[in-house]
Design a binder for this molecule. Structure first.
Ligand code: 6PG
Length: 247
């Protein structure tokens, strides 16, 4: 593992290519899943949408090295969702289902989409999380980062950044890139046992530099740079960057 020269909250893992990065992340995911299942009997995995993780999900499906992934004991959760139907082009669940879930031996009842188009979507997701993850500790959360440094659907200046207790909430209004969203919140994300932020490509380099500068100066502000609000209480955060993103 290279530590890179960026100063970010958590560990920084830089791989020379995106392909290598997917392998490094997949290896960690398989090990974490096996260890969680041995200790606690299940692995609660929360996945992000967006374009970055899609090739990673494909890799998990097609590469024989990752067939060891213990899917029958894994629960898949969705980090955030646009308030659109599940067959909509913009639905994160649609992408995660088509690229991953439909191709692995996971139990249907262990897949937890956010029913984001329904009016009580956030309440339902809070209830479902409480039923299956009573202590609020997801085992592994895969996050991405937007060019404005948002993560999940926690956008700069948006109301969900200030949520103090609920695990999932609606995020809408000023600051939220349309359409409206339902998102996991800091109180849940920061209780996870492991978090990985996957960032690839030169287009994210400037954002990483901004985050790095703010962290170095001790001036990280989640209202402006929501990714800096990811700071686990008692878990491990690792940034997975390819060389194009890390610069
Ligand atoms: C989403 C996300 C979001 C994403 C970033 C990065 O639904 O869009 O969950 O937080 O991870 O916007 O998106 P890209 O990977 O498309 O750059």
């Amino acid at each position: 593992m290279n530590s890179g020269s960026l100063q970010l909250t958590g560990l920084v893992h830089v791989s020379p290519t995106a392909d290598q990065l997917y392998d490094d992340l997949a290896g960690l995911l398989v090990t974490s899943a096996m260890s969680a299942i041995e200790k606690r009997g299940a692995f609660h995995l929360a996945l992000s949408g967006g374009s970055t993780p899609e090739p990673f999900y494909h890799r998990l499906v097609i590469d024989p090295r990752y067939r060891a992934m213990p899917w029958p004991d894994i629960h898949v959760w969705i980090v955030d969702e646009r308030r659109v139907p599940h067959d909509d082009e913009q639905s994160n669940y649609r992408m995660i289902r088509e690229s991953l879930v439909d191709h692995v031996p996971i139990r249907r009842r262990c897949v937890h989409p956010i029913h984001a188009a329904s009016p009580d979507a956030a309440d339902r997701y809070n209830g479902e999380l409480q039923e299956h993850v009573a202590d609020g500790r997801l085992d592994f959360v895969l996050l991405g980062m937007g060019a404005d440094a948002h993560t999940a659907s926690l956008f700069p200046g948006s109301p969900a950044l200030r949520e103090q207790s609920r695990w999932a909430t609606v995020n809408e209004g000023e600051g939220v890139t349309p359409p409206d969203r339902v998102t996991m919140t800091y109180p849940l994300l920061n209780r996870a046992r492991e978090l990985a932020v996957l960032v690839t490509g030169a287009s994210k380099r400037d954002t990483l530099r901004r985050v790095d500068e703010h962290v170095r100066a001790g001036a990280a502000d989640a209202e402006q740079l929501p990714i800096t609000g990811i700071d686990p209480d008692d878990g491990e955060l690792t940034w997975f960057l390819d060389a194009d993103a890390a610069g």
